[in-house]
Design a protein around this ligand. Structure first.
Ligand code: MN
Length: 457
C-alpha cells in the first residue's frame, strides 16, 4: 500500500521518510494533521490504519463548525513515520514546499468499529491538542470525500488560521522554511533574533536569556503550579494569546487532568524545572500565570493574591495609598504580605497561606477587599465592570478562586516596555512605579538581596 508513496518520491532528494510498512508500537491509533504550503496551500489529514497513514488532502483544512463541509481528497497512503515529518520538500520534488506538524494525537472509530476507507463513511473521534471530538469522513465521488465536524462540545467558530506554529517545535512556517534547527524536546532556541519588543529591540534570545538567569528565583513560584502562558509567536505584541492547555511532550513539563464543573476533562500543565521553563520560552510563551495551589494538593491554595488595578487616569499616589491601606489591614490580621510590581498599571500583594480550602481563601480575600471598599467607597471597588471602576481602584480578589491564575513573580509582561512583574521591598513602594522594572534593567536588582526570600518559610 506504500508503493504509490515510494514511486512519487526520490529519497536521495527529499528528507521525507521512506515508505516501509511498520507495525504500530502503541495500542492507540495515531492521527496527524500537517499544514503543507506547496503550490497550493492545504492541510494533510492522516489517520493510522492497518500499519499506514490513510491520507487526505484538505484544501481549506478541517473546520470546527458543523456547517462547513470540507473537501478531502484521498491521496496515497503514507508510512507511519511520516507523523514525525516536519521540514521542507525541495523544489522539483513531489509536494515541494514546507510541511508543519499542525496537530498530533490519537483517533478511534465510533459507531462502526470496522472501518471502511473504500466506501465510507468513517465516523471517529479525535483526541489531539487542537482537534478533538467527533468527526466524519463521507465519500461522495471517486477520491473525493467530505470532512465534517460533528455536533459535540468541541464545535466552535475558531478559524484554524489562528494556529500559526508547529504543535511539535513551536516554529512558524517561515522558521521551518529557513530550516532553523528542529528542537524536539531539547531547548535549542530557534529563531533567536526574532524581535518581540520592537521599540525596545528585545529579541526572543534576550527573553530566553532572561528566563535562564531568573530560573532559581522564579522556579519556587512555578514549582508544581498549573500554569497558563501568553504566547507571541509572530513577534507582534498585538497578536498574543493565552494557552491553558499546552501542546508539549517535554519531559520537563508535567500534566494534570482536571475535571471541570460540567465534568469535562482537560489537561493542565506545570513546569518541573528550568529546562521546562526554557522549552516553553522556545514555544514562544513569554508570560506566565500561576494557580494559587500546587498540582499535588490542588484543593489547598497556599497563596493569597490581591491585584490592585487602577482606572486609567488615577494618579500613582492614589494607587500607592491603596496598597498601604491593604497592607495595614493585613498587618492587623498578622498576615505577612509581599509586594510586587504588576508590570502594568498597579501593584500585586501576595500573602503566603497555610494550606487552606478554596472557599476559605476566597472568603479571606473578599472580606478584606469588602472592608476596604466599605472604608473608602469613593476610592475602591470590587466590581469588575468597567463603568463601575471609573476613577477608582479595582481590588481584584477574584484570583483567589480555584482555577484562577495570577501573573507569576518575575514573569515578563507582553506589554509595551518589556516590564516585569517584579518582587520589591515594601520600602520601595513610593519609589518604584509598576512598569519601572524591565528586562533591560532588572539585572542590577538581581544582585541585591531577594525581598521575597522568606516567602515560603
Ligand atoms: Mn500535502
Amino acid at each position: 500500500m506504500l508503493e504509490d508513496y515510494n514511486k512519487k518520491r526520490d529519497f536521495n532528494k527529499t528528507k521525507e521518510p521512506k515508505g516501509i510498512k511498520k507495525k504500530s508500537t502503541s495500542k492507540k491509533l495515531k492521527f496527524i494533521i500537517q499544514h503543507h504550503l506547496a503550490t497550493k496551500d492545504h492541510y494533510d489529514f492522516r489517520l493510522e490504519y492497518n500499519g499506514v497513514l490513510v491520507s487526505f488532502a484538505v484544501p481549506k483544512g478541517p473546520s470546527f463548525k458543523t456547517t462547513d463541509k470540507r473537501l478531502a481528497v484521498k491521496v496515497e497512503d503514507h508510512p507511519l513515520s511520516y507523523a514525525n515529518f516536519e521540514g521542507t520538500i525541495p523544489q522539483g520534488e513531489y509536494g515541494a514546499g514546507t510541511v508543519m506538524l499542525f496537530d498530533v494525537g490519537t483517533w478511534e472509530p465510533y459507531k462502526n468499529k470496522s472501518v471502511d476507507f473504500k466506501k465510507g463513511p468513517v465516523k471517529f473521534t479525535l483526541n489531539g491538542s487542537r482537534f478533538k471530538g467527533k468527526w466524519a469522513l463521507i465519500k461522495f465521488k471517486d477520491n473525493n470525500w467530505l470532512l465534517i465536524k460533528e455536533k459535540d462540545q468541541f464545535v466552535s467558530n475558531t478559524k484554524i488560521e489562528k494556529y500559526k506554529t508547529s504543535i511539535k517545535t513551536g516554529r512558524t512556517m517561515q522558521e521551518i522554511k529557513d530550516n532553523i534547527t528542529p528542537i524536539d524536546n531539547s531547548i535549542e532556541l530557534t529563531n533567536p533574533k526574532k524581535i518581540i519588543f520592537k521599540k525596545e529591540g528585545i529579541t526572543k534570545e534576550d527573553i530566553f536569556n532572561y528566563y535562564k538567569s531568573i530560573g532559581d528565583k522564579m522556579m519556587p513560584f512555578l514549582d508544581n503550579r498549573l500554569i497558563s502562558t501568553v504566547r507571541c509567536p509572530n513577534g507582534n505584541l498585538k497578536e498574543t494569546f493565552y494557552m491553558k492547555h499546552l501542546n508539549t511532550d517535554s519531559k520537563d513539563i508535567g500534566k494534570k487532568k482536571i475535571t471541570g464543573k460540567n465534568n469535562e476533562e482537560s489537561y493542565y500543565y506545570y513546569i518541573k524545572n528550568i529546562n521546562g521553563l526554557l522549552s516553553e520560552v522556545q514555544m514562544n510563551s513569554y508570560e506566565y500565570h500561576i494557580w494559587g495551589s500546587k498540582q499535588n494538593s490542588i484543593k489547598k491554595p497556599d497563596i493569597l493574591v490581591f491585584d490592585l488595578d487602577p482606572d486609567e487616569n488615577l494618579s500613582l499616589k492614589n494607587v500607592r495609598a491603596c496598597v498601604k491601606d491593604l497592607k495595614s489591614i493585613l498587618d492587623k490580621l498578622h498576615l505577612k504580605s509581599y509586594l510586587k510590581t504588576s508590570g502594568g498599571k498597579g501593584y500585586h500583594v501576595y500573602v503566603p497561606l497555610k494550606r487552606t480550602s478554596w472557599k476559605e481563601c476566597e472568603k479571606i480575600a473578599s472580606s478584606i477587599s469588602d472592608l476596604m471598599v466599605l472604608n473608602n467607597p469613593d476610592k475602591y471597588t470590587t466590581n469588575m465592570r468597567k463603568n463601575k471602576r471609573e476613577k477608582k481602584i479595582f481590588i481584584d480578589y477574584f484570583r483567589n478562586k480555584e482555577g484562577a491564575t495570577s501573573v507569576a513573580p518575575y514573569s515578563l509582561r507582553l506589554k509595551s516596555g518589556a516590564s516585569i512583574s517584579c518582587p520589591i521591598k515594601w520600602s520601595e513602594l513610593d519609589t518604584i512605579k509598576p512598569k519601572d522594572i524591565t528586562i533591560k534593567n532588572i539585572s542590577t536588582r538581581l544582585k541585591r538581596k531577594n525581598p521575597w526570600a522568606d516567602f515560603f518559610n
